[in-house]
Design a protein around this ligand. Structure first.
Ligand SMILES: Cc1cc2nc3c(=O)[nH]c(=O)nc-3n(C[C@H](O)[C@H](O)[C@H](O)COP(=O)(O)O)c2cc1C
Length: 359
């Protein structure tokens, strides 16, 4: 066993999976008599940093977003001061599913490799990293998973996380994240595409439907402070990380991901992108080969997509003051279908609550 006297856990969690994992780890550390501090990183002003004299072990726990660590955690790790300790370990929650009796894993992409690399550059030694396949919360992609399945995923993952924590706390090294390395490498280009473009597009799918009573809970709870009122209706800024907290927590089920709106964005963005490309060809009189075309159109495409979707979202959001427009975007949201459940995390059997900054 190493000589740690304290465990500092820094976590971010959209819908409670990474939070539950952090609590399970903290629980195990408590049992071993370590001073344990659990911190959610989205309330930056409250963050307590490790003190060297506490001989700290440091953990980062976060959801996987677009085959990468959630951007808010990547920024936190990139800005994490060097020299506050030596050993660190990482846990990413992924989209677990269950098909009949078979547990299906999510995909990490670079969600563990990239933070481990950044921390290594800062002089930290990563003694373990592990994905945990808690239920998927990606509700714009699929309806919420059944409660029975959620509960069975939670029971399984609790055992896995506690086991992982115990191995790490007894000084063992656990690099379970390496098991899916070949597949993770294959999807890593998608992680880049999501990071520089896709996430901005997804942030602009959210709308509030007629059930919204302006209670302000979504604004209060958003971990990136990305929701504000515009014209008396919630408006999602580009900084939104699509963590799904607002959509899943809204007590009136008033938040939708509008697939209809996203489709219109995509059609207009494709048309604008094609026009821009033709313009470039005409101005420079070039006959680009296919590779040139792919590279240039993607560079213009990503910048153009962010500009086009932001601009159109603003217009559509104002137009939603009109009933027919509001209904158009509401009823073309798959999330509005009556059977499209929201994600509610499973029961957490943790015995502790001290020093957890509540969500
Ligand atoms: C925008 C978004 C992107 C996601 N991308 C991935 C992914 O690339 N791989 C994966 O396994 N799960 C992915 N998920 C699923 C979540 O990582 C997973 O449900 C996680 O357990 C949620 O943790 P949280 O409740 O702490 O936020 C994604 C979810 C969202 C909302």
């Amino acid at each position: 066993m190493e000589n740690w006297k304290s465990l500092y856990i820094y976590f971010i969690s959209g819908t409670g999976n990474a939070k539950a994992s952090s609590e399970w780890i903290a629980d195990e550390a408590d049992k071993r008599g370590l001073k344990t501090v659990v911190q959610r990183i989205d309330r930056l002003e409250d963050i307590v940093m490790p003190a060297l004299e506490d001989k700290p072990l440091i953990c980062f726990a976060f959801p996987t977003h677009g085959f990468n660590a959630a951007p808010i955690m990547l920024r936190f790790i990139a800005g994490f001061p060097p020299g506050l300790g030596r050993e660190v370990f990482l846990l990413n929650t992924r989209a677990g599913m269950k098909l009949y009796k078979l547990f299906m894993p999510g995909l990490s992409g670079v969600a563990l490799m990239l933070p481990a690399f950044i921390l290594w550059l800062k002089g930290y030694r990563c003694i373990g990293f592990r994905p945990v396949d808690l239920p998927s919360n990606w509700i714009p992609l699929h309806p919420g998973i059944k409660k029975k399945v959620i509960d069975s995923l939670f029971i399984r993952c609790e055992r896995i996380v506690r086991n992982f924590a115990n191995k790490i706390l007894t000084g063992k090294k656990v690099y379970r994240g390496l098991y899916s390395m070949p597949v993770d490498m294959i999807v890593s280009p998608l992680a880049l595409a999501y990071y520089i473009g896709g996430r901005f597009f997804l942030a602009k799918m959210f709308i509030a439907n007629n059930n919204c009573d302006n209670c302000g809970l979504c604004i209060q709870e958003c971990p990136t402070s990305s929701i504000m009122y515009v014209g008396n209706r919630p408006y999602w800024k580009l900084t939104c990380e699509s963590c799904m907290r607002c959509l899943n927590r809204c007590p009136r089920r008033a938040i939708e991901a509008s697939h209809g709106m996203a489709l219109i964005f995509w059609i207009i963005y494709t048309a604008v992108n094609a026009q821009l490309f033709l313009l470039i060809i005409n101005i420079f009189h070039v006959q680009p080969d296919i590779w040139w075309w792919i590279i240039v159109s993607n560079i213009i495409g990503i910048g153009g997509m962010i500009i086009v979707t932001t601009f159109l979202y603003r217009i559509f959001h104002s137009a939603m003051g009109l009933k027919p427009v509001r209904y158009l975007f509401w009823f073309t949201s798959l999330t509005a279908l009556p059977f499209w459940k929201r994600y509610v995390p499973g029961k957490r059997n943790n015995t502790r609550n001290k020093s957890v900054l509540s969500q």
